[in-house]
Design a protein around this ligand. Structure first.
Ligand code: FPP
Length: 271
């Protein structure tokens, strides 16, 4: 397992030793970040792969392929920063409407990612989990997902959730059906529903990032993002890197979070 940083450095910068140089823009941003006020759960709508490819005269799938490098970079930066939960929206329940070749390429890329990044996931002590209607995915994809989930279930540094065949509305439908199947008698409370969501047991995202300049939620974590701060980056997902992620975190820390009240409160004190 990775030993974050060396003895001569302190604070967050120590976790990036050997990854970012002291003269880099990343280093300057890391120094601005308050380690005691990090988002507890960052959710990311990775958008713009198709446009990235089109601008280069490439097939759409090349945008997805390039998007993998962004995934790797953001997972590593989030883990090094010490963000406890990261959820990436990789395939929505609506994405089945895309051409079959594009869908199949996405599954191949996901399997390739899981195989190639397995050592890194373990090295960074990351617990992996897939959320969505996973039972409807191709069997070979499910097998890979289950293996990584099983092998990493005792890891503790960061939860990495990948949303696949995911729909926020269907997640709510599934939770209600679960309640019905348990014959839970009403009236039910928020906790009854929240504990039957795919994200049960995890804190709600307090920060939602969307790339490619689009201001849409796209059926993502509809219940869980009730109080999330939203950040839209103009950068297309395949170009999104650690530097952009750090910039987003700096912006998050400038937000005043009031949860409907009048005073700024930290997520820890929210009851
Ligand atoms: C949205 O861009 C992106 C997707 C639907 C797929 C995201 C997938 C990856 C980044 C690669 C695989 C993921 C993992 C976790 C290994 P778009 O195609 O809708 O872009 P556009 O709006 O520009 O057309």
């Amino acid at each position: 397992m990775l030993d974050y940083g060396g003895p001569i450095m302190s604070g967050l910068v120590r976790n990036f030793e050997g990854v970012v140089g002291p003269d880099s823009a990343e280093y300057a941003l890391i120094q601005q970040i308050d380690a005691t006020n990090l988002p507890r759960h960052v959710a990311v709508i990775m958008d713009g792969n198709g446009r990235w490819a089109r601008r280069r005269g490439l097939p759409r799938v090349e945008g997805h392929r390039a998007g993998i490098d962004a995934v790797k970079s953001i997972v590593e930066f989030a883990a090094r920063l010490g963000i406890p939960q990261l959820t990436l929206y990789a395939f929505s329940a609506e994405n089945w409407k895309r051409p079959i070749d594009e869908v199949n390429t996405l599954w191949s890329l996901l399997k390739e990612f899981l195989r190639r990044e397995y050592p890194t996931i373990q090295e960074h002590d990351i617990r992996f989990r897939a959320i969505g209607r996973i039972s409807e995915l191709p069997e070979s994809v499910r097998e890979e997902l289950l293996k990584v989930e099983f092998d990493t279930k005792a890891n503790e540094r960061m939860d990495l959730l990948i949303a696949l065949n995911y729909s926020g509305r269907l997640e709510l439908v599934d939770a209600v059906n679960q309640l019905l199947s348990e014959r839970v008698r009403g009236p039910i409370g928020e906790e009854d529903l929240a504990s039957r969501l795919y994200t049960s047991g995890l804190p709600d995202p307090d920060f939602l990032i969307r790339t490619s300049g689009e201001f849409r939620i796209s059926n993502f974590l509809l219940w869980q993002i009730a109080y999330a701060e939203i950040y839209v980056s103009e950068v297309l997902w395949p170009d999104f890197r650690g530097l952009d992620f750090l910039e987003a975190i700096v912006q998050f820390q400038k937000r005043e979070r009031r949860y409907g009240g009048l005073e700024s409160r930290s997520a820890e004190t929210l009851s």
